[in-house]
Each structure stands twice: as C-alpha cells, then as structure tokens.
Design a binder for this molecule. Sequence first.
Ligand SMILES: [Fe+2]
Ligand SMILES: [Fe+2]
Length: 248
Amino acid sequence: MNARSPIFSTRVDEIAEDIFRISTPVPASVVPGGFTFNQYLVRDDEPLLFHTGPRMLFEAVREGIDRVIPVSKLRYVSFSHVEADECGSLNQFLAIAPQAVPLCGQIAAMVSIGDLADRPPRVLADLEHLALGKHVVQWLDAPHLPHGWECGFLSESTTRTLFSGDLFTQFGEVHPAITESDILEPSEIARAGMDYYSHSPDSSRLLERLAATAPTTLASMHGPAWRGDGAALLRSLAQRLASTPTRQ
Ligand SMILES: [Fe+2]
Ligand SMILES: [Fe+2]
C-alpha cells in the first residue's frame, strides 16, 4: 500500500464557514473495523491546518487541501498532541509551504516540536488567542485528555468550532461529513475497546474548560464532525469518564 493507492478516497466538505474537513477512510484490512483520519483546514488570510495525517496519507491530504487553497499558502500547521496521525507529515508540509510554521502549546514545543520540526513553532500559551483573518483561534491546554502530556485543543470563536482531536473517536470507514446524531455512545464503544484515555483525575475539569467555549461544531479527528450543543455533550462525556474510568 502507498499514498497513491486507489483505496484512499479522500473527501473534502465544508463543515462550518470556511472550515473544511478533509477525511480519508481506511478499510478494515488496514485498521480492524475500518477507520477515518480527518484533518481540518481553516481558509483565511493565514490558513491553518489542524492535524496533518500520518505520512502514509501525505499525498492524499495535500491533494485535498489543494482543492480548497494552494497548499503552498498554508501559514500554520497545528495539532492536538504528538502522534503520527496528528503531525506525522509536519515537516513535509513545512517543506512545500514556505510561510508555514508549527502551531502548538508550550509543552509540545518544549518536549518535542522544538526539536522535531524543521522550523521553530509559534507557541501558544494556555488560553492565548491568534487571529487568522476573520477567524480567531484559542489554544486550551488539556494535558492527558485523552492522552499526551502536551495535549491541547483549538477553539475557533467566530464559528464556535472546537477542534476536538481524539475526543469522540469512532471506528468505521463510512461516516457523514457532519452529523447531528448522537456521537457519544458510538465513541464510548471505541473507548471501551481501546482504552485510549489516560485515566487522569483532571479530565472533568479540563472538559468543563472546553465546554465553557460553548462550541456548536465539534471537529473530531476520527469519525464524523458534529453539530449541536457541544457544552452539553462534553459534560456528558465527563460524566461517562467519571462513572466508567477503566476498561470494561
Ligand atoms: Fe492521539
Ligand atoms: Fe488520532
């Protein structure tokens, strides 16, 4: 298998104003149960990509971005935490986008990105805002939620979109781009099977901070994006984590 294989059928959908979900399904023969890798592109004066996808998908993601803007125009490449699907292609994107820099939190910069990335990152402190043009993103530190000391999330205030990373991960390779149906129960099935949360006692407090941004769109990394009362859904997740903190 390689990145140009016809099994990769990347789709691009606008899920909020000038925010595009770039999603590549991966079949059950590659990931049991099938899976999706989503990246999000904010089209603005200073375009931002959230998640790069793994290196395996670099060509597919690059082509998806090019359907919306020239990939060379990327200004920020951001991600929730340091893993292959979050930022595996970071340096490949920096190589083809001369103005692009990594955008991450302080822990990621200190522990990994200051060394791993081919250009120094723009580092965001907890709750710091960054204007992209008409969109404004805010970084929220979320250590170990769901995993990774350096973990954090971006909230976009004009569309009230929360780039929610691995939260609400679902298996399966066929999903709508965005749904208003329940995503908590399907993602709880994934959590029970994979136990990918850190069991941090701080999860409820961190989820409450995310809920305080009152998102109306959750831009999940694996599965569909979601539209609805994001604060209520995040609080429901906090309750589930508190009541079923360990693998069943
Ligand atoms: Fe992850
Ligand atoms: Fe992920």
